[in-house]
Design a protein around this ligand. Structure first.
Ligand SMILES: N[C@@H](CCC(=O)N[C@@H](CS)C(=O)NCC(=O)O)C(=O)O
Length: 210
């Protein structure tokens, strides 16, 4: 399998964590998002959305959307489970993942931020304020209320919630969003950082890191 990604892409980072937790090895193919390689015809042929990540299977089929890719991996290799068997817990885990994937991350994605800067002529300060606002308000600040660390978001082993939270925490730090008032999230972050599967997926550890 080949994972098309970018070291700093938080959506690709989610997939790297899941692959490591599942012990699935892939070839990593860098798509340089700052050079707009995601908009080249050869990549658009794989993912018409022009977004990383994409997972190319050995039969040539290509999966897109990090959540769909991770659910595929969870089906392919069920252990360790990323979605708990308990229906209520599974819904809570998915809610955190979806809050990040649907509500937080899209508002500071490169193409959205680029539109604010280039088309709407917003200053860097205004764009930075936008990014930090939407990462925190109704975002990480709400997730702080939703989780019950022990020491991971929902118990003694990582779930989909942790797989999505850690890359979002990385992005929050990258954009200098204040996190001091979110002790539960920071505790989960520390617990995950101690696991090799999370540590090896960190952007700084990728071959294309700059
Ligand atoms: N919902 C998608 C989001 C994918 C996404 O937005 N990827 C970003 C990197 S984290 C990207 O490729 N951005 C390029 C762009 O905006 O042009 C997923 O979870 O896979």
């Amino acid at each position: 399998m080949k994972l098309y990604g970018y070291f700093r892409s938080s959506a690709a980072y989610r997939v790297r964590i899941a692959l490591n937790l599942k012990g699935v090895a892939v070839d990593h193919v860098p798509v340089h998002l700052m050079r707009d390689e995601q908009r080249r015809p050869e990549f658009l042929a794989k993912n018409p959305q022009g977004l990383a990540p994409a997972l190319e299977l050995d039969d040539g089929s290509v999966l897109t959307q990090s959540l769909a890719i991770i659910e595929y991996l969870d089906t392919l290799r069920p252990e360790p489970r990323l979605i708990p068997a308990d229906a209520v817990l599974a819904a809570k885990v998915r809610a955190v993942a979806l809050a990040i994937a649907c509500d937080i991350h899209p508002l500071h994605n490169r193409r959205v931020v680029g539109y604010l800067e280039r088309e709407l002529k917003q200053s860097q300060a205004a764009v930075d304020a936008w990014i930090r606002h939407w990462i925190l308000k109704g975002g990480l600040e709400a997730i702080e209320q939703l989780i019950a660390p022990a020491p991971f978001c929902f118990g003694s082993s990582p779930t989909l919630a942790d797989v999505f939270l850690i890359p979002q925490m990385f992005s929050a730090r990258r954009f200098a969003a204040p996190l001091e008032h979110l002790p539960k999230l920071r505790a989960v972050e520390a617990a995950c950082a101690a696991l090799p599967a999370f540590a090896a997926a960190h952007p700084s550890r990728q071959a294309d890191a700059e």
